[in-house]
Design a protein around this ligand. Structure first.
Ligand SMILES: Nc1ncnc2c1ncn2[C@@H]1O[C@H](COP(=O)(O)OP(=O)(O)OP(=O)(O)O)[C@@H](O)[C@H]1O
Ligand SMILES: [Mg+2]
Length: 260
């Protein structure tokens, strides 16, 4: 069993005078993430939901060791991301919808290139390519120029290449943002297939529909804090996720205002 444990992450950014004014803040510091903790494990898709500016991307970037928390830590099977970032980097993939593909190349050639970059032995790489291309239905266009592929096909190739090193954890910030409906479906299927393979998938999004379709558990972030974290079934209580979360949002707001 693979476990991701996020412990009390805090991240503050220094901001410009203009940003300070825009955000209506007293100081030139913005607390983007304010004590976030959660745990998730293999075979689970964990969703982080929240409005714009809630701290989703900042949290995901700390999970992916791209930025260091001011305090708190992320543990991949008890290995600290703060103390051993190089060690934990081999355990996860940080996925984005940006395509990092060479339009003149092919899926097959690009796979080989990245396999070499990751020092995967030739035979093992060939086996992994066959398996991945087969399970994501890429085989039939593996040797077609990337420039000739549809957006959905390109997206799939890009995602498959991101998991070339067989990571146990998949971190995905806004997986379907800006994609057309076909590409978005391909990405959704990819996420579900990763779960089938026993991976632990963490997605962040502001789309209720995506969470409702794929997540087993979700947390809602507002102002850098987790307001609620539960299984989808418990969160929904027979309502739509949107309605359920809106109620959490209103009760959070009235508590905040009561405290002021
Ligand atoms: N590098 C930075 N410097 C200054 N402020 C930042 C920086 N990164 C994020 N912030 C601020 O921290 C807060 C949280 O930002 P973050 O990008 O994590 O939110 P988000 O939930 O991903 O929002 P969105 O839904 O818009 O992507 C915002 O107020 C943002 O302006
Ligand atoms: Mg974001």
């Amino acid at each position: 069993m693979e476990i991701l444990r996020v412990e009390n992450l805090i991240k503050t950014f220094q901001i410009s005078k203009a940003q300070q004014k825009k955000l209506d803040l007293q100081s030139n510091k913005k607390v983007a993430v304010n004590g976030i903790s959660f745990e998730t494990r293999s075979g689970e898709i964990f969703g982080i939901l929240g409005p714009n500016g809630a701290g989703k991307t900042t949290t995901m970037r700390m999970l992916a060791t791209l930025i260091k928390p001011d305090s708190g830590d992320v543990f991949y099977n008890d290995i600290s991301a703060v103390k051993a970032p190089e060690l934990v980097r081999s355990k996860f993939a940080f996925l984005t919808t940006d395509l990092k593909l060479d339009m003149k190349s092919t899926a097959s050639k690009m796979f080989d290139f990245f396999a070499e970059l990751y020092h995967i032995p030739k035979e093992a790489a060939l086996k992994r390519k066959e398996e991945l291309f087969e399970s994501f239905c890429i085989s039939s266009y593996a040797d077609t120029k990337i420039s000739k592929l549809s957006q959905g096909m390109r997206q799939k190739v890009s995602l498959v290449i991101s998991v070339i090193h067989d990571p146990q954890f998949i971190i995905f910030d806004e997986p379907t943002n800006g994609l057309d409906i076909i590409a978005a479906k391909d990405v959704r299927d990819f996420i579900l297939q990763m779960k089938e393979e026993g991976k632990c998938v963490i997605i962040s999004t502001h789309l209720f529909d995506l969470v409702e379709r794929v997540c087993d558990r979700a947390a809602m972030i507002i102002d850098g804090k987790i307001v609620v974290n539960d299984t989808l079934e418990n969160l929904k209580q027979g309502k739509s996720l949107e309605d359920a979360f809106y109620e959490f949002y209103l009760s959070y707001q009235s508590k905040e205002q009561g405290g002021k």
